[in-house]
Design a protein around this ligand. Structure first.
Ligand code: URP
Ligand code: ZN
Ligand code: ZN
Length: 460
């Protein structure tokens, strides 16, 4: 199948020009003015933006967590991602403490293989680093194409590892060409504050927020950058939310040590006042929690200063009934919120349209940098000759509203209900196949492919 996209305004992380794109099979074969190759389908993209398919490197699909499972599976989650212009996601395999990485991978593969609609890859979350786990790191990198290892510095008693395990893991991952990523908050302080609030009968969602003050994130982020500096292991902080944590990343740069950092769309545009809505605040109970307006300003500045390379979602949806598990105790509310479908359009509308980031920066943080950091570039993350034809055609003027009544995620509310956006995904191509056409999904369950990733260096 061949496709010719005519006269679109092509935006990459570095360029902005009008040209035609010729796709043959799964890849881009030619880019130029007035291409006249014969094609099975010709699409007129005049007046539209044409940019690389989004990459969301932080999602949780069918994840067992806090006594339940996140409500999007690989089919509903990756399909919703495609509707929103995201063609590749990276999900987290969670090692069960006392068990192997391989066993966890087999478990995740059984849920994803033949189910995903869009492309996907895996990070491996190491929750129990020991002599046995250590032996598996090389195999994960060299045979499975899983080159990033996630750690949790919080969720004490469930997912958290201690500093000794962290150092051991970093040494091993560095030796084999991988990267360690982390949920950087101080699990002990959070555990202390949760217990304190519960003992005082302070049980509403507001106390989820008050149990994770900025210092818990700033401290753990600084500790992680020190570990990364000390071991030389490439590092990446997931879902960074606040000024204090950003300062830790900036400080590590002063020592010429680079730790990559990601924020998520919600931290840029929502704030902690939502926790004052009594139990409705449970919609935004996530970890770390939403922060203050001053943190939003710091994060936008951090993107433009190159301290934050990625805007992800941490998509981890739960039905309202699941959120009600914590009706009488904030510590039992499953943590997470849905955004996989909304990220690209929200970031365009709130970021590009409101003059906070440029179009090139938009592509960089929503797609290109993830591909580079996580070993998928230039197969993914750009529009170039030989790259996968993962392409979004976008109407920058169309207005629309977000609503749970019309979204495609398997969750019965939206954290952005009624938000009015300017800019809409019109068509999405995944490896040369038209996947989305004007609000219709044209590809089926099983269409998504697992993307094996290359070794990484920590330099992009
Ligand atoms: O609240 C969140 N973030 N839920 C998903 C798990 C995690 O910490 O990323
Ligand atoms: Zn996390
Ligand atoms: Zn997460």
């Amino acid at each position: 199948m061949s496709i010719l996209i005519k006269n679109g305004r092509i935006i990459t992380a570095s360029d902005d020009y009008v040209a035609d794109i010729f796709i043959n099979g799964e890849t881009v074969q030619a880019i130029g003015k007035n291409l006249n190759m014969p094609a099975d389908e010709v699409i007129d993209a005049s007046g539209k933006l044409v940019f690389p398919g989004g990459i969301d490197p932080h999602v949780h699909l069918s994840m067992p967590f806090m006594g339940t499972f996140s409500s999007d599976d690989y089919e509903t989650g990756t399909r919703a991602a495609l509707f929103g212009g995201t063609t590749t996601v990276i999900d987290f395999v969670l090692q069960t403490q006392g068990s192997s990485l391989k066993a966890a991978l087999t478990d995740w593969q059984s849920r994803a293989t033949g189910t995903a609609v869009g492309d996907y890859s895996f990070h491996m979350a190491v929750t129990d680093f020991n002599e046995e786990t250590k032996k598996e790191i090389k195999t994960m990198i060299e045979e499975e194409g899983i080159t990033s290892f996630k750690t949790f510095m919080a969720y004490k008693g469930a997912l958290m590892i201690d500093d000794r395990q962290m150092i051991g893991l970093m040494n091993e991952v560095k030796a084999n060409g991988g990267m360690v990523t982390t949920h950087a908050t101080n699990g002990d302080i959070i555990d202390f504050l949760i217990a304190k609030h519960r003992s005082e009968g302070k049980l509403s969602p507001l106390y989820h927020y008050l149990s994770q003050p900025e210092v818990t994130e700033a401290e753990a982020s600084a500790r992680f950058t020190d570990f990364s500096d000390y071991t030389g292991c490439p590092g990446y902080i997931v879902h960074l939310t606040c000024e204090g944590a950003l300062n830790a990343v900036r400080d590590s740069g002063k020592r010429n040590h680079k730790v990559f950092a990601e924020t998520c769309i919600q931290y840029l545009i929502l704030d902690a006042s939502l926790y004052e809505k009594d139990f409705e605040g449970a919609k935004w109970v996530m970890s770390p929690p939403l922060r203050e307006k001053k943190d939003q300003a710091a994060l936008w500045a951090g993107i433009n200063a190159g301290l934050l390379q990625v805007v992800a979602t941490d998509h981890c949806p739960f039905m309202w009934e699941q959120k009600l598990m914590g009706k009488d105790d904030f510590s039992k509310i499953p943590n997470g919120h849905p955004a996989i479908e909304n990220r690209m359009e929200l970031l365009f509308s709130e970021g590009v349209n409101k003059g906070k980031i440029s179009l090139n920066k938009y592509v960089e943080v929503s797609s290109t940098n993830s591909a580079k950091i996580f070993g998928m570039y230039p197969k993914k993350g750009t529009i170039g000759i030989g790259s996968d034809a993962d392409i979004v055609i976008f109407d920058l003027n169309e207005k629309h509203k977000i609503s749970a009544d019309t979204h495609h995620m398997n969750v019965d509310y939206s954290g952005y209900e009624g938000w009015e956006l300017t800019g809409k995904v019109k068509q999405v191509f995944l490896r040369g196949k038209k996947a989305i056409d004007n609000n219709q999904c044209l590809v089926k369950k099983g269409n998504g492919k697992f993307i094996k990733r290359n070794k990484v260096t920590g330099i992009i």
